[in-house]
Design a protein around this ligand. Structure first.
Ligand SMILES: Nc1ncnc2c1ncn2[C@@H]1O[C@H](COP(=O)(O)OP(=O)(O)OP(=O)(O)O)[C@@H](O)[C@H]1O
Ligand SMILES: O=P(O)(O)OC[C@@H](O)[C@H]1O[C@@H](O)[C@@H](O)[C@@H](O)[C@@H]1O
Length: 475
């Protein structure tokens, strides 16, 4: 994976969209105003950062990618500051200057690392007015040959009023287009390669979802209607879900260690995806990197980016135990193993207190093929199955214990009531359960037998059970 990160510097990406200046006034609050019940901030620091599409460009540059940025600014001090922030980062920028509109500026007042107030200085660019659309289009087409991929970062301010034409031009030139969308007119994005709406953005256009399954089916419906190769739904603290044609959704749980400020996490997601895809990384792996990067950026205050070193450290931390993987990493690994002709065996369960029965059945399962994957119910799904007193051990510990067994090659968590979706995504040669099931009772039976895989029930060894161990321990 470190090779992949080094390769991000090969990526050449064009970002076009609503650029803005993020300004932060920071200082202590020691009193309430005598004039009104409001805190008085004694401003000690005035900082500026590139925001919106310019933040996407900065995130790309920070990952080592070569970036061209195209955006609209006014004739003002904010434009000067924004240009400096962008150009100092080594980004090649082309500015369409409007003499009637101000540079979009978001001024946040902070005290003790908390936003007290945000003030927006902006006028809608509107449909047609305010800037030279022909110049923007010409600059876009001029720069297309020099990039591998295009990012459209839409904050609905008007820069992307002609986004449909930009997407057509890029696709005609064979360049993938990633779009961070806004608004309700998604027909404009038809034919793009991938969209990255968050849940609110998706629901604004596809309707409110009743539950998770409904949300994913609305997302898939939108993907299909717009003719996108993929849709990556970002889901804040729930991570992200990738939807592609004829594949089960791929879920990536959030990986943040500590959440500080989620501003701009979506910019980091699309920038990391763009850098990885432009460098030739496959889509599930690119999403995994984007999810990791977003998990780092939400731990920082204000609009921020992630460096290759930070990403490498997070990757290293995650892969310290190469056996326990998230779903995206698992699928990438399965593809590689299958290409080597390995026969994949898969089983699933809670594995709360491991006992000899488990160990023997896992050894027998492993003997059926070349690689054994164990899918482990996460804590909520154990509680739903076995009641509020279980599991005794948290999911991370249960997975780590399994990873220590010689028979177990890979371990992955799952959160649904059954692993059927995950089994479909892995498509093992053998699906195995221990116990007195009939094969057709096993979750995933229909899926596995439909493609010619085998479902095997292995004997459980009498006298061993987690419930029995617990009863004995309680006397
Ligand atoms: N509270 C959180 N805890 C952990 N991870 C988070 C949290 N919020 C966001 N993330 C990470 O950031 C990604 C993008 O967040 P989100 O879905 O909120 O996007 P967004 O609304 O487009 O962001 P923004 O508009 O602030 O740029 C998520 O998919 C997840 O990886
Ligand atoms: O869309 P509205 O709220 O008008 O403007 C965008 C802001 O909410 C922020 O968005 C974040 O993602 C970042 O891009 C940050 O730079 C930007 O200021």
């Amino acid at each position: 994976m470190s090779t992949t990160l080094a390769e991000l510097s090969r990526a050449r990406v064009m970002v076009v969209g609503d650029v803005m200046l993020d300004r932060y006034w920071t200082g202590p609050v020691q009193r309430i105003s005598p004039e009104a019940p409001v805190p008085v901030v004694r401003v000690r620091a005035d900082q500026v950062r590139a925001g919106g599409a310019a933040n996407v460009a900065l995130n790309l540059a920070s990952l080592g990618a070569r970036v061209h940025l195209l955006g609209v600014v006014g004739v003002d001090e904010a434009a000067r500051q924004l240009r400096a922030a962008v150009e100092d980062a080594g980004i090649v920028a082309e500015w369409i200057v409007s003499d009637t509109l101000p540079t979009i500026t978001k001024l946040r007042v902070l005290s003790r690392n908390q936003q007290l107030l945000r003030m927006d200085f902006e006028e809608a660019l509107g449909s047609g007015g305010g800037f030279d659309r022909v110049a923007l289009r010409a600059a876009f087409e001029r720069r297309l040959p020099d990039c591998d991929l295009v990012v459209c970062s839409d904050y609905a301010k008007g820069t992307l009023v002609d986004v449909a034409a930009l997407i057509r031009a890029a696709r005609a030139a064979g360049k993938p287009v990633l779009v961070d969308p806004k608004g309700t007119d998604y027909a404009r994005y038809a034919g793009a390669t991938l969209l990255t709406p968050n849940v609110a953005e998706l629901e604004a256009v596809a309707g409110a979802a009743a539950d998770d399954a409904d949300l994913l089916s609305r997302a898939e419906g939108l993907r299909a209607r717009l003719g996108l190769e993929a849709l990556l739904l970002t889901r804040s603290e729930k991570g992200m879900s990738l939807l592609r044609a004829a594949r089960p959704p791929l879920h990536l749980p959030a990986v943040a260690r500590e959440v500080f400020d989620v501003t701009g996490a979506g910019d980091t997601v699309i920038a990391t995806l763009a850098a990885a895809l432009a460098a030739g990384v496959d889509l599930p792996e690119a999403c995994r990197l984007a999810n990791l990067a977003a998990g780092i950026v939400v731990g920082k205050l204000g609009t921020a980016s992630v460096s290759v070193a930070e990403l490498a450290a997070a990757l290293h931390g995650q892969s310290a135990d190469e056996t326990v993987l998230d779903e995206a990493a698992l699928l990438a690994r399965v593809a590689k193993e299958r290409a080597k002709g390995r026969r994949i065996v898969m089983t699933n369960g809670c594995f709360d207190l491991l006992h000899v029965g488990h160990v023997k059945y896992l050894e027998a399962a492993r003997a059926l093929g070349d690689l054994l994957i164990v899918a482990v119910n996460d804590d909520d799904s154990v509680r739903r199955l076995k009641g509020p007193t279980r599991p005794v051990n948290p999911c991370a510990d249960r997975m780590r214990v399994l990873a220590g067994l010689r028979s177990v090659d890979l371990v992955v968590p799952f959160s649904e009531d059954t692993p059927a979706r995950l089994i479909g995504a892995v498509s093992p040669d053998f699906l195995v359960k221990g116990g007195d099931y009939r094969p057709e009772q096993i979750a995933g039976f229909d899926i596995v037998t439909a493609y010619g895989g085998k479902v095997v029930v292995l004997d459980f060894h009498d006298g061993y059970s987690t419930t029995g161990m617990l009863a004995r321990a309680r006397g």
